[in-house]
Design a protein around this ligand. Structure first.
Ligand SMILES: [Zn+2]
Length: 291
């Protein structure tokens, strides 16, 4: 892989990193699996790797690139030269990934010659130790890398994509205005689409489902249609949570907008907090749910 032919945009790097972990497997607590390298003679780029190791490889670097500045002061370690532009691309991709995961990196600028190393160290703690090594599963890491790449592509096309899994940020007022414009003033006619199974459910659908299958909040107050529309797939109200996982054959599924994979729409509230919801149905008409 030569740097001249490699797309070093953060989205392209994160997408390749997902493919690498899909193929090599996930490593916990190290950049790559050194035992695999020693015992099986596998190249470090083909061994099990952690999130950061995969991002480095995806930027055309060895998985240990993050530690390279440390290794340079350790004469025993074998050091592969690190291209500064490729390392900068890996840093930017990893920082975008941290932002997607809401891992809160300090935003202060470090004006020293060691700036890249400081950023690398912060990423090692936030993305490596405190996220990847928590530990994650191979599936959650691959999904998160792909979702982060999707997030980045959306920056260029704020209303673009149209896929039900596409992240979008809007204010509460914008969401209400858009829903009223598409479906009219009656919230019972508003429809959201589940990003997992593609089911389109209106406020009325939820009202009917809750009438047939009443639910209560933990404070004993009844769950209303307005509590769950756009927040949960209607399957949760209809009974998809009962029985063995995967055994539900009725309408909808168990997906929620506030789960591990949030949204995909992020609604910013006037007090600065944000909540997550499914996309309005009209915005995704004709798009396969898993596009
Ligand atoms: Zn669903």
């Amino acid at each position: 892989m030569s740097a001249t032919t490699l797309d070093l945009s953060p989205a392209a790097i994160l997408r390749r990193a997902a493919t690498i972990i899909d193929r090599n497997g996930l490593m916990i607590a190290d950049y790559y699996d050194e035992d695999q390298q020693i015992c099986e003679g596998t190249s470090s780029r083909d061994c099990r790797v952690c999130s950061l190791g995969a991002i480095a490889i995806a930027a055309g670097l060895p998985p240990t690139a993050w530690a390279s500045t440390i290794k340079q002061v350790d004469p025993i370690s074998e050091v592969e030269p690190i291209d500064p532009d490729q390392f900068e691309a890996a840093l930017a991709a990893a920082e975008a990934f941290a932002k997607h995961l809401r891992l809160g990196l300090p935003t202060d600028d470090v004006a020293t010659p060691y700036r890249q190393q400081v950023r690398s160290n912060r990423l090692e703690v936030a993305v490596g130790r405190e996220w990847n090594d928590r530990p994650q599963t191979q599936e959650t890491v691959v999904d998160a890398l792909r979702a982060a790449a999707d997030d980045l592509l959306l920056v260029d096309a704020p209303n673009g994509g149209g896929a039900t899994s596409t992240h979008r940020t809007l204010t509460q007022a914008e969401l209400l205005a858009e829903a009223a414009k598409q479906f009219g003033k009656d919230p019972m006619k508003w429809a959201f689409q589940c990003p997992s199974c593609g089911d389109v459910a209106t406020g009325q659908d939820f009202k009917d489902a809750l009438a047939a299958h009443p639910r209560k909040h933990s404070n004993r107050k009844p769950v209303l249609a307005s509590d769950v529309i756009g927040q949960e797939c209607i399957g949760r109200t209809l009974g998809a949570l009962k029985g063995r996982a995967g055994s539900w054959t009725g309408r909808g599924c168990t997906w929620v907008a506030y789960g591990l994979f949030r949204g995909p729409w992020e609604v910013t509230l006037t007090d600065g907090r944000s909540m997550w919801c499914f996309p309005l149905a009209d915005a995704v008409v004709g798009v396969a749910p898993d596009a």
